[in-house]
Design a binder for this molecule. Structure first.
Ligand SMILES: NC(=O)c1ccc[n+]([C@@H]2O[C@H](COP(=O)([O-])OP(=O)(O)OC[C@H]3O[C@@H](n4cnc5c(N)ncnc54)[C@H](O)[C@@H]3O)[C@@H](O)[C@H]2O)c1
Ligand SMILES: [Zn+2]
Ligand SMILES: [Zn+2]
Length: 361
């Protein structure tokens, strides 16, 4: 048995996305069907459609989603029909060398659905980040479903599925920001703005937002930035030092992912401080830096994949903080759109007008 639903597919490199009829199989062992309620548009979806992630076209896009489990396969005990869930791309295996060493957030063998969703002619789809959620109903591994409090609306809950979790986790998990720290965040899109919210949640005393765009800086102020630096008008490193007694910040988060922003992070941090790279560089980017500076400045140079999150630990906790009014996740929802509005949402993203456009199904 299978069902036919509508979903958004990137058919070929650079081509506009298309609404297509997709065949979704019944869930097999360990799998679940999820009726999608809302799914955010992430920069990574655009990377997929531009061929920047892999050549495995056609892609079923969408991966920042919340919805309701509508069917489960054999042996699934982790979720039940009717559960309200956020989808994740880190269903840890529990058995790989990272999991067995007690660092499952590095799991090298995360679970996805075994069966394939297909086009009407049988062509197999590659779901974005193993999810594929710009669709009425999707098929995932049951472990990719994380139950959260249904009091949180889906456009808010779904944000935790990717970019916002990446930013929050870059500050809280990877950067280990703690009470009284000084923190600078370079690039205040959805990911960087979430890093700012994470730094506030962790009790940072000074939170410096750095961006080229004043609109992003204003949004960052609303999420907890105590100081704003427009690095198109002033030097980011000098400004961060001036705001931290001349020393630099304890933790600097690069949420852009370019050699020049990483260098700003490296030189904008205090001696023995921490750099966290959460923005994703492209293959041609390289870095040249005096090795003596790396040695002489000490500290920690980290990268953050998905905010080093553990969905089962972090999603319910963060949703509870949202419901308590301590984490303003709704400020990330810039607009709610229909499933046919994704190309327009990519354009708004490129023009820097939104933190997140969210498709309501
Ligand atoms: N590590 C992860 O697990 C993970 C997860 C999701 C997204 N990401 C990555 O995070 C990055 C940011 O994603 P996003 O959704 O926030 O993107 P975005 O396009 O919404 O935001 C990028 C921001 O950076 C600013 N910016 C660009 N160049 C800059 C510069 N030189 N100096 C200062 N600011 C600059 C832009 O004005 C914009 O506000 C992307 O590379 C994305 O792929 C990483
Ligand atoms: Zn593992
Ligand atoms: Zn994403």
């Amino acid at each position: 048995m299978s069902r036919q639903v509508q979903g958004i597919v990137a058919m070929a490199k650079g081509a506009p996305v298309e609404l297509r009829t997709i065949t979704v199989p019944d869930p097999g062992p360990g799998e679940a069907l999820v009726d999608i309620a809302a799914c955010g548009v992430c920069h990574t979806d655009l990377h997929y459609r531009e061929g920047g992630i892999s050549d495995d076209f056609p892609f079923l896009l969408g991966h920042e989603a919340a919805g309701t489990v509508s069917a489960i396969g054999e042996g699934v005990t982790h979720v039940a029909v009717g559960d309200y869930v956020v989808l994740n791309w880190r269903a840890v295996c529990g058995q790989c060398r990272a999991c067995t060493r007690g660092k499952p957030w590095y799991c090298f063998s995360t679970h996805n659905a075994t069966q394939k969703m297909t086009l009407e002619d049988g062509t197999e789809l590659s779901p974005a980040l193993g999810i594929g959620a710009f669709i009425e109903t999707t098929l995932v591994a049951a472990g990719q479903c994380t139950k959260v409090d249904p009091a949180a609306p889906p456009e808010v809950a779904g944000l935790l599925g990717c970019g916002v979790m990446a930013g929050l986790g870059a500050a809280i998990n990877t950067g280990a920001v703690t009470r009284g720290d000084s923190v600078a965040v370079i690039g205040c899109g959805g990911v960087g703005a979430a890093a700012i919210a994470g730094a506030r949640l962790a009790g940072a005393a000074i939170i410096i937002a750095v961006d080229l765009d004043d609109r992003k800086l204003e949004a960052a102020r609303g999420l907890g930035a105590t100081h704003l630096v427009n690095s198109s008008r002033e030097d980011a490193v000098t400004a961060i030092q001036a705001l931290t007694g001349g020393f630099g910040a304890d933790v600097v988060i690069d949420a852009v992912g370019r050699p020049e922003t990483w260098k700003q992070a490296f030189y904008g941090r205090d001696l023995a401080g921490t750099v966290v790279l959460v923005g994703v560089p492209t293959p041609e980017m390289t870095l040249e830096i005096p090795l003596l500076d790396v040695f002489g400045r000490g500290g920690r140079l980290m990268s953050s994949w998905y905010g080093d999150c553990l969905p089962e630990r972090d999603f319910p906790t963060l949703i509870n903080l949202y419901l308590q009014g301590r984490l303003p996740l709704d400020q990330f929802v810039s607009e709610k759109i229909e499933i046919t509005g994704i190309e327009a949402a990519f354009e708004s993203m490129k023009r820097g007008e939104v933190l997140r456009s969210v498709v309501m199904m």
